[in-house]
Design a protein around this ligand. Structure first.
Ligand SMILES: [Zn+2]
Length: 146
């Protein structure tokens, strides 16, 4: 099997080398192999994949598109009721549930529920809707923009 150096075009008599030159793998003669980096087949490269550089851009466009479609279910001019902590606590008590029991039902952390009830934390839209469903309460109130 005779082959030619892909860099200088000379016939490779002795061992042919595969090197990386400008990111391209080339089969070259021994003399030219000094001009490139030793090439390792893609299978053995695990940590140096050049995908990381292209990811942030893709993620940025993804978040931009979701923000435009954010108001699918949510009506305009609604905010989380400032009394949400009281509403959640009262509804839970009415059902005779502990934080742990309600958390287990909702498949959420009881700790989070406690924080919502003390007002230390605000439930996000998804969690608030879940609470509305499980407790049969309304956590969102309309706001007039006038
Ligand atoms: Zn060569």
């Amino acid at each position: 099997m005779s082959s030619f150096c892909e860099l200088c075009g000379r016939k490779v008599i002795d061992e042919k080398k595969t090197v990386l030159i400008d990111g391209i793998a080339l089969n070259v003669c021994r003399g030219c192999s000094k001009r490139g980096k030793p090439y390792t087949p893609p299978m053995s490269i695990s940590k140096t994949k050049p995908t990381a550089s292209s990811n942030p851009a893709a993620r940025a466009t993804a978040t931009r598109s979701t923000s435009t479609t954010r108001k699918i279910e949510m009506m305009d001019n609604t905010i989380l009721n400032p009394e949400f902590s009281k509403l959640i606590r009262e509804a839970r008590m009415k059902k005779g549930l502990t934080h742990e029991q309600l958390g287990a039902q909702m498949n959420e952390k009881a700790n989070l529920l406690k924080k919502f009830e003390t007002g230390a934390l605000k439930p996000d839209e998804l969690f608030a809707k879940k609470l509305q469903r499980f407790l049969g309460i309304h956590l969102y109130v309309g706001v007039l923009e006038d």
